[in-house]
Design a protein around this ligand. Structure first.
Ligand SMILES: Cc1cc2nc3c(=O)[nH]c(=O)nc-3n(C[C@H](O)[C@H](O)[C@H](O)COP(=O)(O)OP(=O)(O)OC[C@H]3O[C@@H](n4cnc5c(N)ncnc54)[C@H](O)[C@@H]3O)c2cc1C
Length: 380
């Protein structure tokens, strides 16, 4: 096998797999190195489902989603696979909850259609909910589910078809760069390339320290759970929307849920509010059963018929930046190293677009997309 490449990518999660696809399609000679097996459960991207939505509190993300949606549809077409399931999304919270208003404002600004619903209308349209009249919601119909693991496997399959080399169980253990050539070592081999993409999720901080960059990334191991529902038909996509509750409880911040998609029961978690750790070796992957019981208080109150048996629960990692905005930028000292990390629990829907952007930044040294929120200089 050749050991010299145009681009080497570290990490076969959502971002690295999409980058491999777009780069290989752009005729770059690509090597993708993954430390574990493909589709492992220790990082951020494994699973049945991730939410794809326009409903963001910042118009920059809404605008980027305008580009990401058609890329997912194009991928489905090229691969002849169904990767997106339309469900619609209900955001609800106290009348005048600031974050709810911000989501409405940014969709308004970006001319994305949505509906305002009072509590009575929500309960009538979605009788699975029990929303008090002190609350209100907004509904956006394009929100849906991306079949997360299937998206990654599809990007990797097509990347291979375009000539990319994908190597699992190959941790990168050292990186050296002299501006023109990057040299990487795994336990078995030494590789060189003109460019490097570090898409290493929660491992990124440690990888960058020897390259003279200490980013303020932390790791948030969050937990998700699947609950049996009383009437499964009522909770299927089409009958039951993805929801995001704009409030905080003892169970965490912003509870959200998804209808079944490749899994049984209602998927439930909270968007934020989990303790963070500094380094990957501090992560505790063991789920808390105490939290499951606390989470049931949310179900009892708002979704009483979804408070059934626990089907499955596990932990998954967010790689957090202090402002929850991504990092997509060149290394400040090496213009042949790109870093794409810190997706702060909301990156999957953008991974295809990020792969395209990284490809443009390598092949054209510029991109048409607005990356102003994602610069490294905000931390220097
Ligand atoms: C429970 C949960 C729910 C989420 N829900 C949503 C959602 O609904 N919508 C949404 O948009 N986003 C969501 N996210 C966030 C989204 O999943 C992540 O932002 C995205 O998956 C990040 O992908 P990544 O490629 O950066 O990281 P990862 O998937 O972690 O990939 C990084 C890869 O790099 C590899 N690696 C690290 N170091 C090395 C090395 N030295 N050598 C080789 N390989 C290495 C790792 O093994 C890993 O496979 C959710 C995340 C979680 C955990």
């Amino acid at each position: 096998m050749t050991k010299n490449f145009d681009v080497i990518i570290i990490g076969a999660g959502g971002v690295g797999s999409a980058a491999a696809y777009y780069l290989a399609k752009a005729k770059q000679r690509v090597l993708l190195l993954e430390q574990f097996n493909i589709n492992h459960q220790k990082g951020s991207s494994y699973g049945y489902s991730r939410v794809i939505r326009y409903a963001y509190d910042n118009p920059i993300y809404v605008n980027l989603m305008r580009a990401a949606y058609p890329l997912w549809f194009a991928l489905e077409k090229e691969a002849k696979e169904t990767l997106y399931i339309k469900t619609g999304e209900l955001d609800f919270g106290n009348i005048n909850a600031p974050s709810l208003q911000q989501v409405a404002d940014s969709m308004e600004r970006e001319k994305i259609d949505y509906e305002n619903l009072n509590a009575a209308k929500i309960n009538q349209r979605f009788p699975q909910f029990n929303i008090p009249e002190t609350m209100a919601g907004i509904y956006q119909e394009d929100t849906g589910i991306l079949k997360a693991s299937a998206c990654i496997l599809t990007h990797l399959k097509l990347a291979k078809n375009y000539g990319a080399i994908i190597q699992e169980n190959s941790p990168v253990i050292s990186i050296n760069s002299n501006q023109e050539i990057v040299t990487l070592k795994t336990y078995q081999e030494t590789y060189t390339s003109q460019s490097l993409i570090i898409a290493a999720g929660s491992w990124t901080k440690q990888i960058l320290i020897p390259l003279g960059l200490n980013l303020p990334l932390t790791i948030m191991p969050c937990q998700l759970a699947f609950f049996e529902v009383q009437n499964p038909q009522q909770f299927m996509p089409g009958e039951f929307p993805i929801f995001l509750a704009h409030f905080v409880g003892e169970y965490g911040q912003f509870p959200y849920g998804l209808p079944p998609c490749g899994h049984q029961g209602l998927k439930l978690s909270t968007f934020y509010g989990w303790d963070t750790v500094e380094a990957i070796n501090e992560v505790n992957y063991t789920p808390s059963l105490a939290w499951i019981e606390i989470l049931r208080t949310f179900l009892n109150q708002y979704l009483p018929t979804a408070n059934g048996e626990l089907i499955e629960t596990r932990r998954c990692l967010y790689t957090m930046t202090p402002d929850k905005h991504f990092i997509i930028d060149y290394h400040p000292n090496y213009n042949n190293i790109l870093i794409a990390a810190g997706f702060s629990g909301h990156g999957f829907k953008f991974t295809n677009l990020v792969g395209k952007i990284l490809t443009e930044l390598i092949t054209e040294r510029k991109t048409q997309y607005n990356l102003s929120l994602f610069k490294i200089k905000r931390f220097l």
